[in-house]
Ligand binder design. Structure first.
Ligand SMILES: Cc1ncc(COP(=O)(O)O)c(C=O)c1O
Length: 371
């Protein structure tokens, strides 16, 4: 991409304040080289991972931490908790560190869905909390997304009953990549948290390009009945290490801690601590993600395929093919894409990869859809 094109994509993806990054991006590419494609191996664009992680600084910390692996992680954990508390502007007793944010989602599903507790969620959305809760007897109300592919907050509100234990809001939503208008999500939380806990999954919050978009951590600080989850798996590129966290009022956080089972480990903790200070890599990940998304948009535009503009590291598009057929057809072309998201069976989700991987995807999609 030449400089003019790159300026254009930064503008398109909402990073127009980041022109200074253009030169820095090239310089940083030397420090964070993309993994080269391995011949014969498919490119993995199905799990919304960050192909650039872990950063070099984090890799150094991981190596140095091997010697500590014979120790329990309690001391290291308390310093990670302090760092997270400072970053989020909450007290340390509001922070629950978990083995990936999935463990936090499951702990909340268990706590609020046990024995017939009711949970309200959008559909489709990220299901981990709901499916785990269902295993333990929860009843889940799944409310279809509206025509803009956003949570139908009014519809969700209508499903509240005396047995509602939790409302799950995934913002940005997986698989659509959409965000709610900031005042809508805030109003929804504050007008319903007297009746039930509101769980805001902010796994993709860092990728939001709308300026000053608020995290619902502000409501936790205000003492509301709200839980927020965040993860080191996405922008920080640590998905395989399994570390994430919940932010909740101290009384809620205490109950969540009791429901957590696995917790995390010393390597993940030290990696997360380093990742929080590695602002270069954070910016680099965001810029590379924006670049990859622009390539996906270009490819879909040139094939005339409808898609949803995304505030995440993936794009949801209407291929028009049954997803059960598109997945194997793409795999034959060495590209693994996202799974079915019922009931949207002719849609597909593609995660961002390196620019090279995006070009493999573009060629494969054109070949498959035009076959
Ligand atoms: C919306 C959402 N929440 C949570 C997760 C879980 O991430 P992790 O357990 O790696 O923190 C994912 C993973 O893709 C996700 O899409």
């Amino acid at each position: 991409m030449n400089t003019v094109d790159r300026r254009q994509w930064l503008r398109t993806v909402g990073l127009s304040g980041s022109f200074a990054l253009l030169g820095a991006l090239d310089a940083m590419a030397i420090r964070y080289p993309a993994r080269p494609l391995t011949t014969g191996m498919p490119v993995r664009l199905n799990a919304n991972e960050n192909p650039y992680g872990p950063s070099r600084a984090v890799r150094e910390v991981l190596t140095a931490t091997f010697d500590e692996a014979c120790r329990y992680p309690f001391r290291a954990l308390s310093s990670l908790v302090s760092m997270i508390a400072e970053k989020e502007g909450v007290s340390e007793d509001s922070v629950v560190v978990t083995g990936g944010s999935t463990e936090g989602l499951k702990a909340a599903g268990l706590l609020y869905g046990l024995n017939g507790g009711e949970i309200i969620a959008a559909d489709p959305t990220f299901q981990a909390l709901m499916t785990y809760a269902e295993t333990f007897g929860a009843y889940v109300h799944r409310v279809p997304l509206n025509a803009a592919m956003e949570h139908d907050l009014e519809g969700m509100s209508r499903r509240i009953t005396g047995r509602t234990g939790l409302i799950f809001i995934c913002n940005p939503n997986n698989p659509t990549g959409t965000i709610l208008a900031s005042d809508h999500v805030r109003d929804f939380c504050t007008s319903h948290d007297g009746r039930t806990v509101i769980f805001c999954d902010e796994a993709y919050f860092d990728f939001i390009t709308e300026p000053d978009y608020p995290s619902m951590v502000s409501l936790v600080k205000a003492g509301r009945n709200v839980i927020v989850s965040k993860t080191f798996s996405k922008v920080y590129g640590l998905a395989g290490l399994r570390v994430g966290y919940l932010i909740a009022r101290p009384d809620i956080a205490t109950r969540l801690k009791e429901a957590v089972m696995a917790n995390t480990n010393i390597l993940a903790i030290e990696a997360a601590k380093k990742a929080l200070t590695d602002t270069d890599f954070y910016q680099y990940s965001l810029a590379r993600n924006a670049e990859a998304k622009a390539i996906i948009y270009d490819s879909l535009d040139s094939l005339g395929i409808p898609y949803v503009r995304s505030h995440t590291n993936f794009v949801f598009f209407k291929s028009g093919w049954p997803i059960e057929e598109l997945i194997p057809a793409m795999e034959k072309e060495q590209v693994i894409i996202g799974r079915p998201f019922p009931p949207m069976y002719d849609w597909a989700r593609i995660s961002t990869g390196t620019a090279e991987e995006m070009h493999v995807f573009s060629k494969a999609l054109a070949k498959v859809l035009q076959s």
